[in-house]
Design a protein around this ligand. Structure first.
Ligand SMILES: C[S@@+](CC[C@H](N)C(=O)[O-])C[C@H]1O[C@@H](n2cnc3c(N)ncnc32)[C@H](O)[C@@H]1O
Length: 194
């Protein structure tokens, strides 16, 4: 089980001179027992929406796209810039109430699949850091990725996991809107940790 290959997108490189002063979200999460994590939030609309919906929680994000990180920093939302797979390794066990990974890059070409952020490796960490009774929400408009995620979760948890009939509380995201315009089907998987 190896960590997904971290691909620094051209967008990130273009903004490499932006100065980021965010403190570690590990410090923030250690100060509260009610934490929500939005992994790969892009431009941050989903994180801001979660922050409004779940106002009693501390909502944090991890992203590799600097302008998105800057935007949430301006909103005083705790964020961490960098490779989410590497950052979540540092979290304590049974710590996070809700984890969202919404529309991670699908990396459609077979030779690029090793870059997919959701993998056996990341799910093992996600399951470890989730609180008991907490949940992980994955969404994708890519059928191959959606079924791969379902298989990964089922194998690791030894449970049947069905695609959700609705999107629960998760916000509609910018990337999702693009998928809907292309008439793509949206797949939601919600995994509860016992
Ligand atoms: C397709 S976009 C989706 C963004 C947003 N969740 C949405 O639905 O609009 C995927 C995002 O994941 C981020 N990402 C990809 N790999 C990452 C990694 N290893 N660590 C952190 N963020 C990552 C990308 O920078 C990108 O913004």
């Amino acid at each position: 089980m190896t960590r997904p290959v971290y691909y620094k997108s051209f967008r990130s490189r273009k903004f490499q001179n932006i100065h980021l002063t965010s403190t570690s979200i590990l410090d923030t999460t250690n100060q509260s027992d009610d934490v929500i994590l939005d992994i790969g939030f892009g431009t941050g609309e989903s994180t801001m929406a979660l922050n409004e919906i779940f106002s009693e929680y501390i909502v944090c994000g991890i992203e590799a796209y600097k302008p998105g990180v800057k935007k949430l920093m301006a909103e005083n939302i705790p964020v961490e810039y960098g490779d989410a797979a590497e950052i979540i390794e540092k979290f304590d066990d049974n710590k996070i109430s809700q984890i969202y990974m919404l529309f991670p890059d699908p990396w459609q070409k077979v030779k690029h699949r090793k870059r997919r952020l959701f993998s056996e490796y990341t799910f093992k960490i996600i399951n470890r850091i989730l609180k008991r009774g907490g949940f992980f929400h994955f969404a994708s408009d890519n059928i191959n990725y959606a079924f791969q995620a379902k298989r990964i979760i089922e194998k690791a948890s030894s449970r049947d996991v069905e695609f959700s009939k609705n999107r629960g509380f998760r916000p509609v995201t910018k990337y999702e809107v693009k998928g809907i315009k292309k008439r793509n089907f949206i797949f939601d998987l919600i995994y509860f940790k016992n």
